[in-house]
Design a protein around this ligand. Structure first.
Ligand SMILES: Cc1ncc(COP(=O)(O)O)c(C=O)c1O
Length: 376
């Protein structure tokens, strides 16, 4: 196949993907029973957030365009006030809002570590962290997933050759649902003055900690982190992200983080959604409902072979091939259950899986139907 206006490698790459069963496709008609979305607390699906926003008599909060980047015309006292509230909630000196978690990681990892620095990252960190490192100047090495010995070994081997070391982990891993050994990592780095911890809390906000403050809060290590990333497109049911840390970090990002500087700021109605999602964390007991549902799912599935152990809202059954993952996804869809096949190249070959995201709105009956299918 060829077309004068399209480079031939596009055809080739797509055909190759299709032949390997790896072709990604957009879908719209999702099965009704949701074990897939990141809306863990149901803030979006149950309309909790939209109801709350409707009741507000907002003027500037409802503006639909921010009119520019934060450094040109897109800043406001409203967004700065929001950042102060976010910082307060997460027990940090300051917060800086980004347009998405992807942008936040890109802007952080590409601007902070320098040529003479080293980044050590868990091998399962999110693509946005990889992309941020690719844009930056620092050398980087991966350590084995959740393996403190592997991390220690890299520190010992390379420490003398670099000025600063940044360790990057996720508190909850998006493809496995397991949690990083944050206490052990913070204990290990305590004696080093030049090792800094960055924790992506994308899948922990709303799920762990007091009023959903995240895993760093639950473990009492908020102050041991150099930077924490909170995203709002998951349990918070809206969109955007914030990096929290000290005042110098915020000032530096405003000056050097390109994904913050060179993009139109979030409009005030998006910022208002974020603030209202925080209010819902405080006012509702959706987190407790979610935790009960997680415990129920875990108690029923922990005996199933190849389930990855997890206390979070993300649970996975490893099936070992793209084909098997697709087949199981289809079987569940036939029962109106939406759970996603996570395939290679998103995960390593041989670790292809079905991922189940547990929500506050999932009923016991829905969970039972899902488990019955898995046991089959
Ligand atoms: C760990 C992690 N970090 C960052 C992101 C990106 O966040 P956003 O969807 O807000 O761009 C994701 C999204 O999947 C994620 O799982």
């Amino acid at each position: 196949m060829s077309d004068k206006n399209i480079p031939s490698h596009l055809f080739k790459a797509l055909i190759e993907r299709e032949q390997k069963g790896m072709l990604r496709k957009l879908a719209t008609n999702y099965p009704v029973i949701d074990f897939c979305s990141n809306d863990y607390l149901g803030f979006s699906k149950l309309g909790l957030l939209s109801k709350k926003l409707e009741t507000l008599n907002q003027k500037q909060e409802s503006a639909y365009g921010s009119t520019g980047s934060r450094l040109i015309s897109g800043n406001s006292t409203f967004i700065e006030e929001a950042e102060k509230q976010i910082a307060l909630f997460h027990h940090a000196e300051s917060a800086l809002i980004f347009n998405s978690g992807y942008d936040a990681n890109l802007g952080l990892l590409s601007s902070i570590p320098q040529k003479e620095d080293l980044i050590l990252f868990d091998e399962l960190v999110h693509a946005s962290i990889h992309d941020g490192m690719r844009l930056g100047l620092a050398k980087n090495y991966k350590f084995k997933h959740n393996n403190l010995e592997s991390l220690k070994d890299l520190v010992q081997r390379h420490q003398k050759d670099f000025k600063n070391i940044y360790i990057v982990v996720e508190s909850v891993y998006s493809m496995d649902g397991d949690t990083a050994p944050l206490i052990e990592i913070t204990e290990f780095i305590k004696p080093f003055e030049n090792i800094f911890l960055i924790v992506d809390e994308a899948h922990a906000i709303g799920v762990f900690g007091k009023q959903g403050r995240g895993l760093c809060n639950a473990l009492g290590i908020e102050k041991n982190c150099f930077a924490r990333i909170y995203t709002y497109g998951k349990a918070m049911g809206c969109h955007g992200a914030a990096i929290v840390g000290n005042n110098i970090l915020r000032k530096y990002l405003v000056n050097f983080s390109r994904s913050f500087i060179y993009t139109t700021a979030l409009p005030n109605h998006s910022v208002s959604a974020i603030l209202n999602a925080y209010q819902l964390l405080i006012e509702t007991d959706q987190k407790d409902v979610l935790q009960n549902n997680i415990s129920y799912f875990y108690s029923k599935t922990s005996g199933i072979k190849n389930m990855i152990k997890s206390q979070s809202a993300i649970h996975c059954l490893v099936v070992g091939s793209n084909e098997k993952a697709d087949t199981l996804e289809k079987k569940l869809a036939a029962k109106n259950i939406y759970a996603k096949a996570i395939k290679n190249p998103t995960v390593k070959e041989g670790s292809e899986r079905l991922r189940f995201c547990i929500h506050a709105f999932n009923t016991k009956q829905e969970t039972d139907v899902l488990i019955e299918q898995l046991l089959k």
